[in-house]
Design a binder for this molecule. Sequence first.
Ligand code: FE2
Length: 217
Amino acid sequence: MATATKAPAKKATSKAATNADAEQSNPAVSVQPILNQQQGAPAPLQRFGTVTQRLPIGLEENVRQESVDMLNLLLADTCSLRDMYKKHHWQVVGPTFYQLHLLYDKHYEEQDALIDQIAERIQILGGIAVAMAADIAESTSIPRPPRDREEAPVQVSRLLEAHQIILKNCHDFAKRADESGDDGTNDLIVSNVMRTNEMQVWFISEHVVDSPLAQAE
Ligand SMILES: [Fe+2]
């Protein structure tokens, strides 16, 4: 690492002379960024799928590994659901456009917040959070929606299916985290992921109830 050195005491007569003096006194100093360091990079700091014991949080490696594997699936599914909300936010049409357009974006933001909480829990446990879209597409269990625009009730049905997949996993994973003694992961799944998903299920489910708009039947 280059170290800064003091400029020479001698007084320069012009700016050009000052720069030349500085270069002469410390030729190692450069403002050029060192680019393309990803090419021929050394081995990664940590391989995906492994856990380390870096942080002293009182959990054994096998417990961390189990929690990281569960959380990475929950993370991939939550990324898929978040992105489905944004797709539907853009593509929705019909008489409920305004409320669904706004509601979808609210749920998108809430899922986005969950993603950060899940990913950071994975890092705290010594794992590596899945991050890039291509990797998420390979690991998610949420069925892929078409690129086409769909009717609002179809959008809602797809979202409810995704929520249910996540919620079923939440019940299973929360129980396993509780049994292994990973209370932090259990709390994250129950208090944040599960509660948020249940609330969102309520808000969108009510849009596919076939109830009269103006006259009671
Ligand atoms: Fe928007």
